[in-house]
Design a protein around this ligand. Structure first.
Ligand code: URA
Length: 351
């Protein structure tokens, strides 16, 4: 409460972060060859970035050793999305995780219970004392888990807008700066990108639907906003890993992973390495499918001026795509596909 009211200096914020890091296990990735760059998103609606970005970066021979989470509330989680592929699992020993990254350059694991346990306790306390909403506390909470996860460098995707934790650009900049300062202060090369979450990313929201859209993107048929975000984040990852010297060079390398099919092949390799059924990726019709489909038609003609992303996320959650509490079961088949984006002109359809 004292921090919430009085704020913290940069030094105090970095010290709190490291105290939380050192409260539990820290992951040693030194057996993985090369510079390990992690990516973290502050969470959004339809955010399937990791599914596309990780194979693109891995296809450029930069190791991606990713700890991901499950969804909670109106934002989805990477693990839930991947688990809609039959057989896919994040359960593996530390050795298997490291071997996979060395062999195919990517692995996605679940967060161990012992990663920054002090953060878990403090977060639960903040939750019930209305002290979550403080930039230094949010930044140190997120960064403690990233630093404990062992990457050499970190790229942060700070979302801004109706579907994001931070609703205004000003607040998003403040959070981004605070996290970059923490990372830099504790010797991890850290950069942040602020990206739009005023409408869902891509068109699909919901686990299996998002896997389908991610695979289409890897095959070169995905939504522009998703691909562009992956190229922007991937560019920073390649620069931090020392794989590219300029943004232009990095963009070219990443774009080629799509046009050559290398990123799609990498994704299949990764799915197979983690027990998933690759025939599902080759034939997306095999993904779980909703039994009922309801079309929601426009009742007016005109331009779409905004899509309130968190409401779409909440609607998907109520349908069963997300979790209200950590224990809630999810249904991988359900979700929402938005047909148009902000700026589109729609005609009234007969209801
Ligand atoms: N996410 C976190 O991990 N911690 C916070 O404090 C807020 C969002």
């Amino acid at each position: 409460m004292a921090i919430f009211l009085n704020k913290m200096s940069k030094r105090e914020t970095a010290d709190l972060t490291m105290a939380m890091v050192n409260s539990g296990e820290t992951i040693d990735l030194s057996e993985i060859e090369g510079i390990k760059v992690d990516k973290h998103s502050t969470g959004g609606v339809g955010d399937k970035t990791t599914l596309v970005l990780a194979p693109m970066v891995a296809a450029c021979c930069v190791p991606v050793a990713k700890m991901s989470g499950r969804g909670l509330g109106h934002t989805g989680g990477t693990i839930d999305k991947l688990e809609s592929i039959k057989g896919f699992s994040v359960e593996m020993t530390k050795k298997q995780f490291i071997d996979n990254v060395n062999r195919i350059k990517m692995a996605v694991g679940g967060q161990t219970a012992d990663l920054a346990p002090a953060d878990k306790k403090l977060y639960a306390l903040r939750d019930v004392t209305a002290t979550v909403d403080n930039v230094s506390l949010i930044a140190s909470s997120i960064m403690s888990k990233k630093i404990a996860a062992g990457a050499d460098a970190i790229v942060l995707d700070v979302k801004t807008g109706t579907g994001a934790f931070m609703k205004t650009l000003e607040d998003s900049f403040e959070l981004a700066q605070e996290m970059v300062d923490i990372g830099t202060n504790v010797g991890r090369n850290t950069i942040a990108v602020i990206s739009d979450m005023d409408q869902p990313l891509g068109y699909a929201v919901g686990n299996a639907l998002e896997v389908k859209e991610a695979v289409e993107t890897l095959k070169g048929n995905g939504p522009e906003d998703l691909l562009e975000l992956c190229i922007v984040l991937g560019t920073q990852m390649l620069l931090l890993a020392g794989k590219a010297k300029t943004e232009e060079e990095a963009r070219k390398m990443l774009t080629e992973t799509i046009t050559s099919g290398a990123a799609y092949e990498k994704f299949k390799e990764f799915v197979m390495a983690q027990g998933g059924d690759v025939s599902v990726i080759e034939n997306l019709e095999l993904l779980p499918k909703a039994q009922h489909i309801i079309e929601v038609k426009a009742d007016r003609e005109g331009y779409i001026t905004r899509i309130i992303a968190d409401q779409i996320g909440i609607a998907a959650l109520i349908l069963g795509a997300g979790r209200e509490t950590k224990e809630s079961p999810i249904d991988p088949a359900v979700g929402i596909i938005i047909k148009e984006k902000v700026g589109s002109y729609v005609k009234r359809e007969m209801l």
